[in-house]
Write a protein that binds this ligand. Structure first.
Ligand SMILES: [Zn+2]
Length: 376
């Protein structure tokens, strides 16, 4: 156990912070951050504990963002070691949260410690925005902290999220945006009846199929240089009473679109409605938007990340917007530049989650270099 980052990552993994329980992780961070001059503010919203820690009051503000909660372990007997007893085997650190994302949080803290030792009077401010509600429903986490900061006029200029963005080595992929996500529950109405009397029924499954086919084949956009084309996916279809001889009265369909910056939620809803109407369906549709797309173009934050990665990993990162949503969707609308840079994501949410221990120190050094480039 030679590195401070590894030690802190182990201490965090040893706390079973299954979402949304923080399990005392943030108290450990507060102790470390207060010692180097951060003012720490715990923000509790319902059952979720969040931490806003800030050092300095001047602009610009660089905020590291992350989460202390982890996803459930899955079957314990299939783990080779206890997921909440960190263990090092063959140069890898094993434990739930090792990659997503307790190692990144440890790397942020140790990067700040070394940076402040060298540059106690750095320009601007440093903050850590840590939530324990990222993996679950994410309604009392980052989004509420951002609302609080906005209400009192506190502006984040650069947000660096420690989500595991890397593919096969630290820094090979940096996420500079995310697709939007919009889902819908569609109910198509028909008339229930006996299959032997087709003139007395109106089969909602038959009515649904051509319309769903058209939605699935529709070209929503062609994407652009940062985003793949918008994709439409049906995730559930439910209809029927479970017997052969009854035509059901309605069919229920759930679908989701991951969308690029070439289209917006309003246009998606309008196009969907036009297609459904063209097929003369009797339907209700309920939409839910779980994230708007965002993009951080080349600028101070992207440049700092590229230079720091080149310096410590010797590679040029590729900028991507793929993958699921992240808490960046709550920070980007404030006008902040948002970037995700963290460890290799190959084992996240899986059994025997792990991270290469050499990657921990490398990540911490990359974060430290970014602090130097942006705040000195
Ligand atoms: Zn995560």
């Amino acid at each position: 156990m030679n590195s401070a980052t590894l030690q802190l990552a182990c201490d965090l993994i040893a706390r079973p912070s299954i979402t949304p329980d923080d399990a005392g992780c943030q108290d450990m961070l507060i102790e470390r951050l207060q010692a180097i001059g951060f003012e720490c503010e715990t923000m509790v919203f319902d059952d979720v504990t969040n931490l806003w820690a800030r050092r300095g009051s001047a602009a610009p503000l660089l905020a590291f963002a992350g989460h202390t909660d982890v996803v459930p372990t899955g079957p314990l007997e299939q783990w080779h070691s206890n997921p909440f007893e960190p263990e090092i085997r063959d140069g890898m650190l094993y434990g739930r949260g090792a990659a997503d994302m307790k190692s990144s949080i440890a790397a942020m803290v140790t990067a700040c410690e070394r940076f402040i030792e060298q540059h106690a009077d750095h320009r601007g401010s440093i903050a850590l925005l840590i939530t324990s509600d990222e993996e679950a429903i994410a309604i009392n986490g980052t989004v509420r902290v951002i609302e609080t900061l906005e209400a009192r006029g506190e502006k984040i200029d650069w947000a660096l999220i420690g989500e595991p963005s890397s593919q096969s080595q630290v820094g090979d992929v940096v996420k500079n945006g995310r697709r939007g996500s919009i889902g819908a529950k569609l109910v198509i109405n028909g008339i229930q009846g006996h299959v032997a009397y087709p003139h007395k029924v109106d089969n909602p499954i038959h009515r649904a199929m051509p319309a769903l086919h058209e939605l699935a084949r529709h070209e929503w956009d062609q994407g652009n240089s940062f985003f793949p084309p918008t994709s439409f996916q049906i995730s559930n279809i439910n209809a029927g009473t479970g017997v052969h001889n009854v035509v059901p009265g309605h069919a229920e369909v759930l679908f989701n679109l991951r969308y690029s910056t070439e289209i917006d939620a309003h246009k998606i809803m309008e196009t969907t409605r036009a297609i459904l109407d063209k097929h003369e369906l009797d339907y209700q549709i309920d939409w839910s938007i779980s994230g708007y797309p965002f993009l951080t173009p080349e600028g101070a934050l992207v440049n700092a990340a590229q230079q720091a990665i080149m310096q410590h990993a010797g590679i040029t990162p590729s900028l991507e917007t793929t993958g699921g949503t992240s808490d960046g969707r709550f920070i980007a609308p404030t006008g902040a530049q948002v970037l995700e840079l963290g460890p290799v994501n190959e084992s996240i949410h899986k059994l025997n989650e792990h991270v290469n221990i050499d990657d921990l120190e490398q990540l911490s050094k990359i974060y430290e270099s970014m602090l130097e480039k942006l705040l000195t």
